[in-house]
Design a protein around this ligand. Structure first.
Ligand SMILES: [Zn+2]
Ligand SMILES: [Zn+2]
Ligand SMILES: [Zn+2]
Length: 137
C-alpha cells in the first residue's frame, strides 16, 4: 500500500502520454508499424528507410520487407527463369540477374529457339559495300 502510493507520487506529470514512437508529424495519424511513410498523407516517417511501395494499397513499406505491412500483400515477384522471389523494386532477378523488363518475351523466344543473334554476314559484302560508298562519296 504505502509502496504503491510512493510510486505514484514520484510521477507528478502522469498526464503526459506523448512519445509512443512517432505519430505522423503532418496529419497526426498513428504510425503503421512496418511502413516507412504515413499511409494517409504520404509523409515519410523520420528515421526510416523506404523499401517497396505496395502495388495493392500503395503503402510505402520499410526496406527489406517482403509482405506489405498494411494489406499483407506480396512485395515480391518470381523470376520466370529461375523462379526465385525478388523484391518488386529490384530491376532484375536477385539470383540469376535476368532483367524483369521483357523477361516473359525473352523466355518465350528462347523456348522457341529464336534467341536473338547478331546477323553475321558470311560474305562480308555488307562491309565492302559500305566502304565502297564511303570511298565514292
Ligand atoms: Zn500523415
Ligand atoms: Zn499493401
Ligand atoms: Zn532468376
Amino acid at each position: 500500500m504505502l509502496a504503491r502510493m510512493a510510486h505514484d507520487s514520484d510521477r507528478p506529470s502522469a498526464g503526459h502520454q506523448h512519445g509512443c514512437d512517432h505519430d505522423c508529424q503532418t496529419c497526426g495519424a498513428a504510425p503503421v508499424s512496418g511502413l516507412a511513410a504515413c499511409p494517409f498523407c504520404r509523409a515519410a516517417y523520420a528515421g526510416t528507410t523506404p523499401g517497396v511501395t505496395c502495388p495493392g494499397c500503395t503503402g510505402v513499406n520499410l526496406q527489406g520487407r517482403t509482405l506489405c505491412a498494411q494489406c499483407n500483400g506480396s512485395l515480391t515477384r518470381n523470376c520466370v527463369f529461375c523462379n526465385a522471389a525478388s523484391l518488386l523494386n529490384l530491376p532484375q532477378c536477385s539470383r540469376c540477374h535476368e532483367a524483369f523488363a521483357g523477361a516473359e518475351e525473352r523466355k518465350r523466344a528462347r523456348a522457341a529457339g529464336r534467341a536473338p543473334t547478331t546477323n553475321a554476314d558470311p560474305t562480308g559484302a555488307g562491309i565492302f559495300n559500305t566502304l565502297n560508298s564511303i570511298l565514292k562519296s
